[in-house]
Design a protein around this ligand. Structure first.
Ligand code: SIN
Length: 339
């Protein structure tokens, strides 16, 4: 995934900006960091559609009514879309919990596999009742579907597990909303960040299909996200990403360099703002494309309202989680071998 070019340091504007925001002493100024609030600014355009077709799946997946979504693009980075937190508070809890309790389980791959193979990382963290902080901190990524191979950067049929139905459904709702009727979620990397974590400059180019967009969902603490150009000489723009925000890398932006130089404490914790009375969505008459057992979602949502939530809350108050979802294959391609 990571591609290093050896530009003279003066021409590597991406690295210069990365180092600026990464620095703790002196602390970077955030005055030029783009936020959705600055949408009247010359840098950001609000491209929210006026007419939106409702999707009955949205509520059960923890999403707000599609008519409430707000979509922006950056003038300097066509193809880079930013959707300002379209999740409900319960939706935020649902996805945070999934990323911690469900996805870092076998047969999915974890960064800690090289050190220790755990069937169920989250359960192991609480094996003795108390939270084992050291083990909890070790998790940096989990891969789903076609597993990203960090050495070869090549996806293979032999290194693949079932893609989670709920995440496929969430991606499908988003894809349809954006007009991508043929998008299929086939691979994802879930990144886990602590307050001092960074992610260096890279492009995502391992997928056979580079025309399909890449969807990036973030929860928990905030981050500065840098988006540059096709090479590192292009000065990147810095974007503030808060819990629930979605970044879409499509078209010209799909192969651009990006990075996370800094995690920042979240000003708000939208996962905490539950309405006093939650009415559970009615899943009976909803047609899902991928989900076979909507009862599992309902159960998990209910558990997030009551006593089961506190362990996830403790984790997320000092961490950030990012799930980035890709389509790997071309349309009508059923296997990576069929190129
Ligand atoms: C990535 O590019 O892999 C993750 C970006 C993010 O954490 O926002």
């Amino acid at each position: 995934m990571q591609e290093n070019t050896s530009l003279p340091i003066t021409e590597d504007r991406f690295m210069k900006t990365f180092k600026y925001f990464k620095s703790n002493k002196p602390k970077p100024s955030l005055k030029d960091v783009i936020t959705a609030e600055k949408c009247s600014d010359h840098q950001v355009i609000n491209i929210t559609a006026n007419t939106v077709i409702e999707d009955p799946r949205a509520e059960l997946l923890g999403l707000k009514n599609l008519r409430e979504w707000q979509v922006f693009t950056l003038k300097k980075h066509p193809g880079l879309l930013f959707i300002r937190n379209p999740f409900t508070a319960l939706g935020q809890r649902y996805w945070i919990r999934k990323c911690l309790e469900e996805y870092p389980k076998k047969p999915n791959k974890l960064n800690i596999d090289i050190e220790i193979t755990l069937e169920d990382w989250w359960r192991e963290c609480f094996r003795n009742g108390e939270c084992e902080k050291q083990l909890q901190k070790k998790l940096r990524w989990t891969t789903l579907g076609y597993h990203h191979n960090w050495d070869t950067k090549v996806y293979t049929e032999s290194n693949k597990s079932k893609f989670p139905e709920d995440l496929a459904e969430l991606s499908d709702v988003l894809a349809k909303y954006l007009g991508y009727s043929d998008f299929t979620a086939e691979a994802a990397i879930v990144n886990y960040y602590h307050m001092n974590s960074t992610l260096s400059a890279h492009t995502d180019h391992s997928e056979v299909n580079l025309k399909a967009p890449l969807f990036s969902f973030s929860f928990g603490q905030s981050a500065i996200f840098l988006i540059g150009g096709r090479d590192k000489s292009v000065e990147p723009s810095a974007l503030l990403i808060n819990s629930g925000d979605i970044v879409v890398m499509s078209k010209e932006a799909r192969l651009c360099y990006h990075a996370v130089p800094k995690i920042l404490p979240a000003v708000d914790s939208p996962w905490d703002v539950l309405d006093t009375e939650i009415i559970m969505p009615d899943s009976k008459n909803i047609n899902f494309k991928y989900i076979s057992q909507s009862e599992d979602i309902m159960l998990s949502m209910k558990e997030n309202i009551d006593n089961k939530w506190h362990r996830f809350k403790d984790y997320i108050k000092e961490s950030r989680i990012n799930m980035n979802v890709r389509q790997v294959l071309n349309e009508n391609q059923t296997s990576i071998l069929m190129q």
